[in-house]
Ligand binder design. Sequence first.
Ligand SMILES: Nc1ccn([C@@H]2O[C@H](COP(=O)(O)OP(=O)(O)OP(=O)(O)O)[C@@H](O)[C@H]2O)c(=O)n1
Ligand SMILES: [Ca+2]
Length: 500
Amino acid sequence: MDEPKVTGTKPKMSTTRKILLILGFLSTLAAIALITVAVTQNQPLRKNIKYGIVLDAGSSHTNLYVYEWPAEKENDTGVVQQVEVCKVEGPGISGYSQTTEKAGPSLVQCLRQAEEVIPAEQHQETPVYLGATAGMRLLRLENKDAADKVLSSVEKTLRSAPFSFQGARIISGQEEGAYGWITINYLLGNFKQSGWKKFLHSLKSISETSGALDLGGASTQITFVPDEISPESPQNLLYFRLYGKDYQVYTHSFLCYGKDQALQQKLAWDLQSAENSSLFDPCFHQGYQRTISMSNFFKNPCTSIEEKQFPFSQLHIEGEGNYEKCRRNIQILFNKTNCPYSSCSFNGIYLPPLQGDFGAFSAFYFVMNFLNLTSDVPFTLDEVASAIQKFCARPWHEVKLQYHQIKEKYLSEYCFSGAYILSLLENGYEFTTENWQRIHFLGKIGSSDAGWTLGYMLNLTNMIPAEEPPAPPLSYSSYVGLMVLCSLVLVARSLFPTSS
Ligand SMILES: Nc1ccn([C@@H]2O[C@H](COP(=O)(O)OP(=O)(O)OP(=O)(O)O)[C@@H](O)[C@H]2O)c(=O)n1
Ligand SMILES: [Ca+2]
C-alpha cells in the first residue's frame, strides 16, 4: 500500500475558525471601546457647589452654620452637608437686653469666618438666615421693645455682610420641633428609600422615621410620627408631604423646660420653703457653692408665678450631692394631675403613645456624652441612673480637679442636668425600661450637627420637594458596573465559543 505523502506545508486553518478569531478580536476591541466610553463619557460633570448660612440664635449662645450642596442635585435627599460651624463669643442674643445695640456686632467674627469658607464670587448669591429660639421668646414676653431692638441690631449686621439676607426672626416652638425632625430624618436618609427597603415599605404602606428630642437651655421639644393620629389636640399636629409621601407629625415645645430654665424653676420652688438666705441643693456636688442675686430672679417669665418677697438680696446655695433627693426635688416641675386628653406628658399637654426610635440631641447629647453614656450599644435605664447617681455623689473638689479643662458653668450642672434629663424622659414623657434603648443620643449625623437649622434652610430654599423627583433607574456606578460586566461576558463568549 502506498504510504500517504508527507508534505512540508502546515495544515490549513479552517475558514470558520478564522472568522471566529476575527470576531473575537473585534469583540475585544468593541468591549474596550465600550468601557472607555462608559467611563469617560458618563463621568459626572465637575461639581457646581452652592452654599447657605443659618445662624442658630439660642438662649445660651449663637452658632453660625455653613452648608454646601451640589447645585444639580438640589432636590435629592442627603446631599446638603455642614462644612463649617462657628460659635459666637459671649451670650445668646437675648443676653443683650440691656445693651441691644451690641447684639448684632457680636456676630461679626463668625460672619468673617463664613466669608473665608465660601468663595468670594458666590457671597452675593449665598442666603443667610437667622432664627432665634426660646431665649428670645422669653425676652419678647418680658420686654417686647428690647426683643425688637435686639432683632433690629442683628438684622443691621447681617444686611451689612456680603451675603443675601433672608430674614432674622424668632421661630415658634412648633417650627423648632418640626425642623429638628426634618433635619435628622433628612440626614438619616429616611425620607427617600431605595431598593428593597422601598419595596418593603410600599408593601407595608409605612415609612419609618425617627422621632426628635431637642433639649436647649430654655425650651425642649418632642416630635415624632405617632402610630395613630387622634384629632384631640390639633395644635400639636403637623402635616407634611415630602418626596411623595404624607407625614402626620406630633410636636410639642415646652417653654421654660430647657435645662437652664428648668434649674431656675426648681430654685424658685426650693425658695418657697427657704427659711433664710442659705439653701442646701441635692443637685449640686457636695462642697459646691453658688450665690444668686434675688433682684432679677423673679423677672423671668419662667419663675414669675412663684414670686414671693424675701428679706435677703442674695441666696447662697450649697451642694449636697444626693441624686435620689435631687430627682424627688425635680419631680415638682412635672404636674401630672390634670389631663384633658386620652394621654398626656405633663402640665395637661397631649402626648400620644410613644412610637419608634428617637434621636436625642443638643443638651441631651452634651450631658450624656460628658457622662460617657452615649456608646453605640445603648445603656439600660438602670445603668444610666446608676452612673448619674455615682457622678452626683462625687465631691466637687474631686470633679473640678479631674475636669479642670471644662467650663465651671457646664461642669457644676452636669449632675442636675443628668437627673433632669432622666426626670423629663421617664416622668415627663414616660419612657420606660422597655423603650429607653430606642433613644439614641447623637451630636452629629455624618458631618452635620443634629438641630433645627438644616431643616429650616431646606424648607426655606424649597429643597425638599413634595413629590419624588424623577431619577434614572440606575446610579452612575451601577451603570458602569453593568456595562463592564456585559462587555466581559461578550468577550468571554467570543474567545471561548461553544462548538455546536
Ligand atoms: N458642651 C456643652 C455645651 C452646652 N451645654 C449646655 O447645654 C444647654 C443647651 O445648649 P444649647 O442646646 O446650645 O441651647 P440653646 O440653643 O442655647 O437654647 P434654646 O434652644 O433653648 O434656645 C445650655 O445650658 C448649655 O449651657 C453643656 O452643658 N455642655
Ligand atoms: Ca437650641
